[in-house]
Design a protein around this ligand. Structure first.
Ligand code: HEM
Length: 147
């Protein structure tokens, strides 16, 4: 009798485990942020538009008066491409080195972030992906501000 009961218990727990296994069939892994944004072409278009917005923003455009914009844009594309899980390799300076000595203020950083937000909206980047990009930028804040 005890033997039978154990058999039944083993059978029941085995089928429970099998069923659980099916229920837990993993969902398709989420595509990288890079792919969800639309890849390098989309990122390049966003960086172009962001640069135009920054150039039109009197709060910060003087900062870029002597910048090599073409090079800057290419670096920005590689940085965002790599950081979002894309196949690029950013070869520029790390954010701390790139901005040290500039004494960029919190207000200036927020101005760039605001331009980024506006730009992503203009491309109708969905809220989830926009939040991920904005979080990426925010994660760089401490390496950029007051250096
Ligand atoms: C999250 C925000 C930011 C990101 C991701 C970012 C990214 C970059 C990158 C990738 C470079 C090029 C580094 C290299 O050439 O090796 C750079 C340079 C530079 N950044 Fe930023 N930056 C940010 C915020 C800011 C802010 C707020 C300012 C000023 C308002 C600023 C001003 C500059 C300037 C003036 C350069 C030098 C450009 C040149 O002469 O080529 N950045 N930044």
């Amino acid at each position: 009798m005890a033997h039978r009961l154990i058999h039944t218990l083993v059978a029941v727990s085995l089928s429970a485990a099998l069923l659980a296994g099916c229920a837990q069939t993993p969902a398709k892994p989420q595509a990288s942020l890079y792919d969800r944004l639309g890849g390098k072409e989309a990122i390049t278009a966003v960086v172009d538009a962001l640069s135009a917005n920054v150039a039109a923003d009197a709060r910060i455009n003087q900062r870029f008066a002597n910048a090599n914009i073409k090079r800057f844009k290419a670096q920005m594309v590689d940085l965002l491409c790599e950081a979002s899980g894309g196949p690029c390799k950013y070869k520029g300076m790390d954010m701390k080195t790139a901005h040290t000595g500039m004494k960029i203020s919190e207000v200036e950083f927020m101005a760039v972030a605001e331009n980024a937000s506006k730009t992503l909206d203009s491309f109708k980047v969905p809220a989830a992906e926009k939040a991920e990009v904005m979080n990426l930028l925010a994660s760089m804040r401490d390496d950029i501000v007051n250096r």
